[in-house]
Design a protein around this ligand. Structure first.
Ligand SMILES: O=C(O)/C=C/C(=O)CC(=O)CC(=O)O
Ligand code: CA
Ligand code: MG
Length: 421
């Protein structure tokens, strides 16, 4: 690629260089209406202003009102040709050599909003949320902890990407407080369930696909077209109450132990921006059925990290570092499998990858694994943690490091506040 540089100054460590241009939804002022934007350095470019100025002048977006909406659902429904057109238009408008926006003081002042003053909102209306379970390391560790050493990973796991249907209503944007859930749990050794605030509140370090056009009911997505239905990715924290979960989820799966809150990062990083970081996906053994066999099987090299910031502390401490490339099933296999029975996906649906644990003990993606269900503590700035305490803030982040730039996701954070009385 020719040297791409913006007239907007971008710090070399910024997550948001001109190569990224992730999409979000924001309000420039508390009283403004929500509108789409892309992040560039320390600014958000207001796409409603760019559209109103007639600057989306390509054939697909010229007459579209997709950027005059309070969410990105319409834009993501348009599909890859429109996404590529928007990216080309925006990279040109923001480039150092293009005068249209650079030299129009009035438009620049309206359209470039400092990130520090913007309120970031959920980028899409999430109609449905599904969570997969595609890290072999996470699956093995959970199996050993919850089910013992006999068969920590069941045979079906290697044959299909296992998932459960999550709860879309409690998907929240980064920065939203998470109220410690109350519920039933089985006390060890006891026969009567305990009821009260969860004693084993955990985070899960995940990423999630934001679905693009989706499919009609009854018409599965072919595995080799599945990529056309992936608009981009976000970082996700699938908060989990391990005590509630362990007691309630046999035999039907996760329910109240997970549905009290799921946090996503505000910026959707597109597959176009991630393409330079695509890598060969792991070889599956046994080979998958034909409907899950893809001509090109891609992973992405995305470094992931979880930090905890205890109440009253200035600094956060890193508790784990992992990478999206550790996943066994690809994003496209997850998506194609989801539709194989005819189930329809809709624009803005959220498909969690599952907890992204790596092979080393330091790369485990949740406290359940890191502390082996509370048997050991991890150290956070000199404090011991087995599970999350009130006031703890969990900060997830992810990025791809290129030679001259970083493609980042920003942060996905949430603070635990005490349970309702
Ligand atoms: O293995 C279990 O019993 C439980 C696993 C989870 O809670 C993980 C889940 O939400 C899916 C994932 O994040 O991989
Ligand atoms: Ca999960
Ligand atoms: Mg959840």
């Amino acid at each position: 690629m020719a040297l791409l540089k913006s007239f907007v100054e971008v710090h070399p460590d910024s997550h948001f260089p001109i190569h990224n241009l992730p999409y979000g939804v924001f309000k420039p002022q508390p009283s403004s209406s929500p509108r789409p934007g892309v992040a560039i350095g320390d600014y958000v470019l207001d796409l409603s202003e760019i559209a109103s100025a007639g600057l989306f002048d390509g054939p697909l977006l010229r007459n579209s009102d997709c950027f005059l909406q309070p969410n990105l659902n319409k834009f993501v429904s348009l599909g890859r040709p429109a996404w590529k057109e928007a990216r080309a238009t925006l990279q040109k408008l923001l480039s150092a050599t293009e005068p249209t926006l650079r030299d129009d003081t009035e438009l620049r002042q309206k359209a470039l909003v400092p990130l520090s003053s913007a309120e970031l909102l959920l980028p899409v209306v999430v109609g449905d949320y599904t969570d997969f379970f595609t890290s072999l390391h996470h699956t093995k560790n959970c199996g050993l902890i919850f089910r013992g050493p006999q068969t920590p990973v069941l045979d079906n796991w290697y044959r299909l990407p296992i998932a459960y249907h999550g709860r879309a209503s409690s998907v929240v944007i980064s920065g939203t407080d998470i109220i410690r859930p109350r519920g039933q749990a089985h006390p060890s050794g006891g026969s009567t369930p305990y009821f009260g605030p969860s004693l084993k509140l955990d985070f899960e370090l995940e990423m999630a696909t934001i679905v693009g056009p989706g499919n009609e009911l009854g018409k599965p997505v072919d595995i080799n077209n599945a990529e056309d239905h992936i608009f981009g990715l976000v970082i996700m924290n699938d908060w989990s109450a391990r005590d509630i979960q362990a007691w309630e989820y046999i035999p039907l799966g996760p329910f109240l132990g997970k549905s009290f809150g799921t946090t996503i990062s505000p910026w959707i990083v597109t597959l176009e921006a991630l393409e330079p970081f695509a890598s060969q996906a792991p070889k599956l053994d046994p080979p998958p059925l034909p409907y899950l066999t893809e001509k090109v099987s891609k992973s992405y090299d995305i470094s992931l990290e979880a930090q905890i910031k205890p109440a009253g502390h200035e600094d956060s401490g890193v508790v784990t570092r992992s990478n999206l490339k550790h996943l066994y099933w690809t994003l496209t296999q997850q998506l194609a499998h989801h539709t194989i029975n005819g189930c329809n996906l809709r624009p803005g649906d959220l498909l969690g990858t599952g907890t992204v644990s790596g092979p080393e003990p330091e790369s485990r993606g949740c406290l359940l694994e890191l502390t082996w269900n509370g048997q050991n503590a991890v150290s956070v700035n000199g404090l011991d943690r087995k599970f999350l305490e009130d006031g703890d803030e969990v900060i997830l982040t992810g990025y791809c490091k290129g030679r001259d730039y970083t493609i980042g996701f920003g942060t996905c954070s949430g603070k635990i506040v005490p349970a309702a009385p």
